[in-house]
Ligand binder design. Structure first.
Ligand SMILES: Cc1ncc(COP(=O)(O)O)c(C=O)c1O
Length: 275
């Protein structure tokens, strides 16, 4: 990545600063007009916040088809997370999980997943008509929690369903349990299956090699990252990461099926700043 794009820059934040300096008079949405039209909201959230609650415009790029500052911020995020491509998401990690499932499987396709996936993954199956092959994780009865998928269990599911198109793994589960993702990736790829990782609770895995391995490092094809959970960004902001063998243009089309055309710059700048 050449030129000005270095990790100490924040292209979306910088574009918002330029917009503020330009002292634009808003004749467009949002109707609160940088807070002037809604004094109670402005008093509650503060002028600084409402000043940058703006919609897409040329100098700020557009989340549906980024060509400048959002594209640059996504490139920096991809570099930081060791991904080939990063998409900024404004519908929570729910929307990232749904986009990765909808990218990998369609009507009637099988997808191997643990029974303790987040509801977003199950709901993605309702949307696309794919068929789950559930792996029932073991329980830790002392702690009263379900565990991750064991390699043997995934191997068995692949043996019984060699026609499955993808494997989805929690990395980690809600309770912090990790599977041997690297080995699951090896097995799945050996059988021509994609690997999707729900990484709602592992933004930090990417930045400390004493922590369990991140999905991108383990060779997974796609991952959903809740920056808002352990990465410091605003609630509902998230990312979808792609590895080098994924058609990012197709993923983008899938994201745009359900993603808003009015991406919040509060959320987008919070992703950029947190990275
Ligand atoms: C494992 C897992 N995946 C996905 C999600 C969805 O994330 P969000 O609430 O940002 O939509 C959650 C939320 O708690 C989760 O725990």
């Amino acid at each position: 990545m050449g030129g000005y794009l270095t990790q100490d820059r924040a292209p979306i934040l910088e574009a918002l600063e330029r917009m503020k300096r330009a002292r634009l008079v808003p004749f467009d949405v949002p109707g609160h007009k940088r807070g002037r039209g809604n004094p109670e909201l402005r008093d509650f959230l503060g002028e600084k916040c409402l000043d940058v609650d703006v919609n897409s415009m040329k100098m700020l790029d557009n989340l549906c088809h980024p060509v400048s500052v959002i594209r640059d911020a996504e490139k920096l995020a991809a570099e930081a997370f060791g991904a080939a491509h990063a998409f900024f998401m404004v519908g929570g990690t729910t929307s990232a999980v749904q986009a990765l499932v909808l990218t990998a499987v369609g009507r009637g396709d099988k997808i191997i997943m643990p029974r303790n996936v987040h509801r977003s993954a199950i709901n993605a199956l309702i949307l696309c008509g794919a068929v789950p092959v559930y792996v029932n994780p073991q329980m830790d009865h002392t702690l009263g929690i379900s565990l991750g998928m064991r390699v043997e269990e995934v191997k068995d599911a692949i043996r019984r369903h060699p026609d499955a198109k993808a494997v989805l793994a929690n990395n980690p589960t809600y309770y912090g349990i990790c599977s041997n993702l690297r080995e699951i990736v090896r097995l799945a790829h050996e059988h021509g299956m994609m690997v999707l990782a729900d990484e709602a609770h592992s933004t930090h895995f990417y930045f400390n090699d004493k922590l369990p391995e991140s999905a991108m490092a383990a060779g997974a094809d796609m991952a959903s990252i809740s920056m808002h959970k352990s990465g410091g960004s605003l609630t509902q902001s998230s990312m979808l990461l792609c590895g080098p063998n994924v058609n990012a243009g197709y993923v983008h089309q899938v994201i745009n099926i359900t993603q808003t055309t009015s991406g919040s710059y509060l959320l987008l700048s919070s992703l950029d700043i947190s990275r």
